[in-house]
Design a protein around this ligand. Structure first.
Ligand code: TPP
Ligand code: MG
Length: 312
């Protein structure tokens, strides 16, 4: 593993936004780790909106919130309009420098709040919307969401009744809104993560960041494997690292020689029941998505990096 860039190390060990009273995440929570990293990029001048999800538990109840910045808990599907309203309130007061962040799970984003996310994107509201994606409704007992991969185990898609469709392509859905900035990040690639959050903080208009967020209890793996799984997801093309500007130019971190898919599957018991056919279909879903992005990146002159290791 390469050493992280000095700037990332400095930023992630800085004093500001250290969690005050600890947080309530499960061990190995990729979402909590990502939240901490993002908070350190944002600094104190930001307001969070968090809907019903694991993070609404993790951040801790008032008055001992672990975020260290103002935070509003909101109903499941209402993250984007609430963030838009807060931003409009600040704008009316001339407080343009305050960043308003919606931080929601995949259930809230891919499914239940999708219409509201779409409307805010359509208005190009000046907010940063972040979806931490653990590929199911984890907080309520691991129910299938639009982000769940085809045939993966959840409590509502057991082996006997597998999920029919591939993971919903949220990146393309958001790209179709032609918003100024979209990025995908993984906590296994902190330099890339920090750079994209820094950029998203500066850009005006609707920005969308998609975080790959491993979940030990829900995806059924050992806590110590969170970063390993996140890294394998990138290196095997399961989770492409990309940026899209104005719905047009796509930059993709290239993975010419994908590796680790077998181990990625093996490490997570949600895939234990996979038949040869399931395994093939899973790989085919990943490749279909990858090649669509890859073609687009080539067309828009945005193929970068090599084999997902550049930002280790
Ligand atoms: C309208 C509505 N439906 C259902 C719920 C129950 N609920 C609360 S959190 C949650 C799961 C959230 O899933 P996701 O957004 O993926 O976040 P995660 O829990 O995985 O972090 C559900 C179903 C609710 N609070 N409101
Ligand atoms: Mg989820």
């Amino acid at each position: 593993m390469n050493e992280p860039q000095a700037q990332t190390t400095e930023l992630l060990t800085a004093d500001h936004c250290k969690t005050s009273g600890g947080h309530l995440a499960c061990q190995g929570c990729g979402g909590a780790l990502s939240l901490r990293m993002a908070l350190q990029v944002f600094g104190k001048e930001c307001v969070f909106v968090i809907p019903a999800c694991c993070m609404a538990v993790i951040d801790g109840p008032f008055p001992v919130s672990s975020l260290g910045v103002p935070l509003m808990h909101i109903a499941f599907g209402a993250t984007a309009p609430t963030a838009s309203g807060i931003r409009a309130g600040f704008a009316a007061q001339g407080k343009d420098e305050i960043l308003v962040v919606g931080w929601a799970g995949d259930g809230a984003t891919f499914d239940i709040g999708l219409g509201a996310v779409s409307a805010a994107a359509d208005r190009n509201d000046d907010i940063l919307y972040v979806c931490y994606d653990n590929e199911a409704y984890m907080n309520t007992g691991v129910q299938q969401s639009g982000a769940t991969p085809r045939a993966a185990w959840t409590s509502t898609s057991p082996r006997q009744a597998p999920k029919y469709a591939a993971k919903k392509d949220i990146i393309s859905i958001m790209a179709a809104h032609r918003i100024p900035y979209i990025a995908s990040v993984s906590p296994s690639h902190p330099d890339d993560f920090v750079r994209k959050f820094q950029l998203a903080k500066k850009i005006k208009g609707f920005r969308f960041i998609h975080i790959f967020s491993p979940c030990p209890p829900g995806q059924r793996f050992e806590e110590r494997n969170t970063i390993k799984i996140a890294r394998k997801a990138v290196e095997s093309r399961v989770f492409p690292l990309l940026e899209i500007y104005n719905g047009k130019k796509l930059t993709l971190q290239d993975i010419p020689d994908p590796q680790g898919l077998e181990e990625y599957i093996k490490l997570q018991r949600r895939f234990d029941h996979f038949s040869t056919e399931d395994r093939k279909q899973f790989e085919s879903d990943i490749n279909t998505h990858w090649h669509e992005l890859h073609d687009w990146a080539i067309q828009s002159g945005g193929l970068t990096g090599e084999n997902g290791k550049r930002n280790s």
